[in-house]
Design a protein around this ligand. Structure first.
Ligand SMILES: C[S@@+](CC[C@H](N)C(=O)[O-])C[C@H]1O[C@@H](n2cnc3c(N)ncnc32)[C@H](O)[C@@H]1O
Length: 234
């Protein structure tokens, strides 16, 4: 009885110490982005080390190549845009009609707005500070994209997201749930950083989130995995 009680108390105590997803990303995004995209500026040692194991710049470039040529005059929604490296790259290089970005972190969205202003592309973008999991409808769009985003959604949130997207085209980067050295390191990193929620899904689990009858493709490029429902993106 005493053991159960002490375990319950420990869980409550740990939950109290756990930041919310917004608090976590408001604190983390600058450091994460500077280290991951090798920008000039101060970064923490943990992010410097973690960035050795990530291929964030490659992921951005691969995604730009995958969807950029199809984005001309189209409206693209990016979920979990971070500091906007992908979204601004898309506007600058591929001339979409508009890129609408969402992020839970106010710090991230403020930074994207500031940089977009400097690049004189404000009129080509729309910005929302929002927890995407609480949204029931997106503005009109032609394609929705998310890089390093779906791994922060729990199963219920994944199901809701794909129900909202419906049969509109999507492309998300994807880390498969499997035994690997990278996944083990990532688990250690996530718990050290006290990330409030990070999830990995098997292909079967991902498939189950997609509304029935819709196609789902697993795309591999430069050693990175993506999921899409659009045969044109492959
Ligand atoms: C790993 S970062 C990736 C940033 C960017 N996509 C990139 O690749 O450079 C994950 C981003 O997702 C955002 N995010 C996490 N959960 C979110 C949610 N529920 N709603 C909106 N944004 C979220 C975080 O704030 C963060 O900016």
């Amino acid at each position: 009885m005493a053991i159960i009680l002490s375990q319950q108390l420990k869980i409550c105590y740990d939950e109290r110490l756990m930041p919310t997803q917004k608090e976590y990303w408001d604190k983390k995004i600058r450091d994460w982005s500077y280290a991951s995209y090798k920008k000039i500026g101060q970064t923490s040692l943990i992010e410097k080390i973690a960035s050795f194991f990530r291929a964030v710049e490659t992921r951005k470039e691969v995604t730009l190549k995958l969807i950029g040529p199809k984005a001309k005059n189209k409206t693209i929604v990016e979920l979990g845009c971070g500091m906007g490296e992908f979204a601004m790259g898309l506007v600058m290089r591929y001339k979409p009609k508009k890129v609408i970005v969402y992020d839970i972190s106010e710090i991230a969205i403020k930074s994207v707005k500031k940089d977009a202003k400097k690049l004189e592309i404000l009129s080509k973008m729309e910005f929302y500070t929002a927890d995407v999991t609480t949204i029931d409808k997106f503005p009109q769009f032609d394609l929705v994209v998310g890089l390093g985003f779906i791994e922060y959604l729990n199963p219920q949130q994944m199901e809701k997201l794909f129900a909202i997207i419906g049969d509109k085209p999507f492309l998300f980067s994807y880390f498969e749930k499997k035994l690997s050295f990278y996944n083990l390191l990532h688990k250690i990193y996530i718990s050290m950083q006290k990330c409030p929620g990070a999830y990995k899904y098997s292909k079967k689990e991902i498939r189950a989130f997609i509304p029935q009858k819709l196609k789902l493709y697993f795309v591999k490029k430069n050693g990175l995995q993506f999921i899409t429902n659009s045969i044109k993106i492959r």
